[in-house]
Each structure stands twice: as C-alpha cells, then as structure tokens.
Write a protein that binds this ligand. Structure first.
Ligand SMILES: [Zn+2]
Length: 489
C-alpha cells in the first residue's frame, strides 16, 4: 500500500510539473500563421483545385486536380462549426470559437451567450508570452473575423467600437488589408479612427510603396490598402487581375502577409491571423468564378507563409481553415450530370459586384436587353451565337430577360416575393441570373445564399501541425493552438 501511495505521489508530481499535453522539451513554434478563408468549405477548395488543374492540363484525357499552396500540407483535420444559435453559424461566433475556445451566439464577438462576460483571446495569451500580433483581412479590418482576434463586442455590427478597441488597445502590432466600415461611428460624430490611430502612435501607410517598404523598424503599423472596392474591402481578385491587365497596381492579400512578416519579425516571434474574407461574399452571391479567384488569392497569401516557413523550418506553424461554408456550393449539376467544364469559368473576367456596376450604368441610360446581352458576352463569354460552348439556350435567354426587366426597375419598384428571393437572394437580379447560368454550364451549383452547416477542413504544417489531425470542434482549434504554443489558460 505504501509503495502504491509513493507511486501515486511520483505520478502526481510528474503531472503537476508537465503541462498535460506538452511534453518536456517539446518545441513550440516561434511563428504562428492562422489563415481563415471565410466561407471556404471543401467545395470551394476542391472547385479551385479542379479549375486550376483543368486550365493547366487542357489536353489531358482524364481529370487532373491542381494543388493549392496548402492542400498538400502533411496534416488534415475536420471541424464542426455550429454555434450557440444554429448549425449554420456566422463569422462572429465561429471566429470567437477559434480565438477563445468558447461557443457563443451568432453575431457576438468574444462574449458569452448572456452578452455579459467577455472571453480572453489567443492573441492576448500570445501577447503575454512576448509575441507580436498581426491581423490582416481582405475585407474591412473591423469585420467579424478580424475583429475576433483583437476586440470584444456583444454585436459584430458595432464597427466603430470594435475599431476603437483595436486602435486604443495593446493587442495588435500590425492591422492591415481593408479599411474601416464606420470610421467616424454609426452616427458619424466620433473622432475619425485614423486620427485616433495617429494619436495612439500608429504608423499609417498611404501608398503601395509605403506598404512594400515596411520593415521591423516601422513600429506599430496600420496599413489599409490605398485602393478599395466595396464596403471598404480589397478588390475581388478577379477584378484586381482585370484591372492589373489594364495597368492598375492594386496590392493583394499576399502583399499584406509579406508586409506583416517584415513588420512583426522579432526575437520572440509572432502570431499572424490573415482572413480571405470575400470567398464568403462570392458564396453569398453564388458567383463561382469569383469564389475560385478569391480562394486562389488566399492560396497566394498562404504561399508567402510557406516560403517563410522554408527559411524557418523548425520554428513555424501554419494553419489554414475556414469559419464555415457559404452558399452550399457543390460540384455537379442536374443538366451536366457527370460532366464538368471548369475551363468555361476562364471566360468570366468580372465579379458580380463590378457587374452590378455595369448593370447600374445600363439602368441609368435605360439600355435595351440586347445591350445587356452584349455586356454578358463581354464579361462572361455567354453568347446567343449558336453552337458555341457557351451558347445560351432559349430557357437561359428567357430567365435573363425576366431578370433584366427586374434589374431595369428602380429597387423600390421590384417584386420581392418568395420566388424572387429564391431566384436572386436579394441581389441584383440580372447579375444573379448570369451567375447561375455560368455556374451551371460549368457543372457547379449552389443551394443557399447564406452559410451552411458543412464540416470544415483544417490544413496544418510545421511545428505541432500533427495536433490538428482528426475530427473535432472549431473550439479545439483554440485549445490545440494554445497547447502547441505552450500556452495555458
Ligand atoms: Zn457570410
């Protein structure tokens, strides 16, 4: 009995000395990259792999998928994403889960379900351990996902309050990508967020060159892309590429990751969260080609981290995941059955957002349906010329005409019943009709204009990456990252 007791004492001592899961001497990553493709489920990743494989191997008699920068990472896990409101969660609650290990209601950032108790963030723990913190997003930096890595707010819609926490708090050293949705508050009567940032000692970049020349000596940096598109977000990659071909120089998400690494690098390392936020927006709008280009932009951003990891192989952990799937995208459609035509999507050179702009200018001048069809041919390759790969069927033309008639009306005169919601989801009818036709000809489709409850992949490489294998919950992304980093609550 005595012997058993002394063994138990030894065992208790061992357990007390070693953190439960981090063995003595086990390496912890100095550099941690957390990439979140908002709305990037398996279908979005797979469609991008098949799209790239199809265009890179045009003469192959059999399907060849391409790898993205992260699809061949050595460790793959799957997570459930439900929140305290729904199996189909939102970005606020899911980012809260990943940043704090806690479930909460949709719309809530880092508060509990009673909206009274704030949670402590992984970035706060990492900060206490001496790491610098970077937060990058392709959408506005006060949006739910980036916000969850530096702010605590019962409502994700309190954009100004969120931004103020980021700027006046001491969690973030590098805040970059998109701009601010409400820079002077909901009623436009607050101190401008940039003024506040200057007051708090942030270095604010104002040109591409300044972003490109950022370094470890730059200090605390707020780097908003000098050129923004909709809702203070970076351009959709498909539009950025079209504009680049016309000679416009617009910084990409990858450019900000590269700048972030330069700013944050220090002897204690860093934790850098980067969100590809517009995969989600393209999913809501059922725009498959735009979604694929957004996923490619995130893959390019991850590649910057992969290149960095090659120089720091025993010190870097890279995690790539998503918060939830958006749109219920699938590969395969009723009329194409077992066929897919991913190369058709190369004919699309515009996002639904920029095409909405084209439609608006047509509405302003009360253009004809034929002029609308000409725009569709220019930007999507869909044509009324017979016997082409992208020839519009009679049914296609009919649905385009119905959508055109709606789109040419001022918004307040449009039908908005159940049928219109099903067809257009509240978006510009003509854009939606074109996207659905384009998707379906390529052999793709969507089931929703909202988020879905699909499980989400987690790709990991580097120090501690093996801990991200298996099927678990999104809250465990927090606990496993904490554990790998040697941090405890
Ligand atoms: Zn969304």
């Amino acid at each position: 009995m005595k012997r058993l007791i002394s063994w138990l004492c030894v065992l208790a001592l061992v357990l007390a000395c070693a953190p439960a899961s981090l063995a003595e001497g086990q390496a912890t990553p100095k550099y941690v990259f957390m990439f979140i493709g908002d709305g990037m489920g398996n279908p979005q990743v797979t469609a991008t792999q098949y799209y790239l494989g199809s265009i890179e191997n045009p003469d192959s008699p059999y399907p060849v998928p391409a790898n993205l920068s992260f699809t061949d990472f050595p460790y793959l896990g799957m997570v459930t994403t439900y929140d305290a409101s729904s199996f189909c969660p939102d970005s606020a609650s899911t980012a809260t889960s990943m940043a704090t290990g806690e479930k909460t209601l949709s719309g809530v950032i880092n508060y509990d379900v009673t909206l009274t108790t704030p949670f402590k963030l992984i970035t706060e723990y990492a900060r206490e351990a001496g790491k610098k913190i970077g937060v990058i997003s392709s959408v506005s930096v006060d949006h739910a996902t980036p916000a969850a890595y530096y702010a605590k707010q019962p409502s994700r819609n309190d954009y100004y309050e969120i931004a103020v926490q980021g700027i006046t708090g001491d969690t973030v050293d590098f805040l970059a990508g998109g701009g601010f949705k409400k820079p002077t508050g909901a009623n436009r009567d607050q101190t401008d967020i940039l003024e506040l940032a200057r007051e708090y000692g942030w270095i604010i970049t104002e040109s591409n060159e300044e972003v490109r020349s950022l370094s470890a000596e730059s200090g605390r940096v707020l780097a908003v892309n000098p050129v923004l598109q909709d809702s203070k977000a970076i351009h959709y990659e498909i539009d950025r590429e079209r504009l680049a071909a016309q000679g416009e120089d617009i910084l990409s998400l990858a450019d900000f990751v590269s700048a972030g690494i330069r700013v944050l690098d220090n002897e204690n390392g860093f934790f850098l969260m980067c969100e590809g936020g517009k995969i989600d927006w393209a999913g809501h709008a059922n725009d498959a080609a735009t979604s694929i280009h957004e996923t490619m932009a995130l893959s390019d951003a991850v590649q910057v981290a992969v290149d960095f990891a090659a120089e720091h192989p025993d010190e870097t952990l890279i995690i790539v995941t998503a918060d939830h799937e958006t749109g219920g995208m699938t590969i395969g459609f009723a009329t194409t059955a077992y066929d897919t035509h991913f190369t058709y999507l190369t004919r699309q050179t515009i996002s639904f957002t920029d095409f909405d702009g084209v439609i608006a200018s047509h509405r302003d001048k009360q253009a004809t349906f034929d002029e609308g069809l000409a725009a569709v041919e220019t930007y999507y390759g869909l044509t009324t010329v017979p016997d082409q790969a992208l020839t519009l069927t009679e049914g296609d033309v009919e649905s385009l005409r119905a959508a055109w008639d709606e789109s040419m009306k001022p918004a307040e005169e449009r039908e908005n019943g159940a049928q219109e919601q099903l067809l257009y989801g509240g978006y510009e009818p003509f854009s939606m009709a074109v996207s659905h036709i384009m998707n379906n000809k390529a052999g793709l489709s969507y089931t929703s204009y909202a988020h879905t409850g699909l499980q989400i992949p987690v790709y990991a490489m580097g120090v501690g990456a093996e801990r991200f294998s298996g099927l678990y919950d999104n809250t465990d992304i927090f606990s496993r990252t904490m554990e790998v980093m040697g941090l405890s609550k």
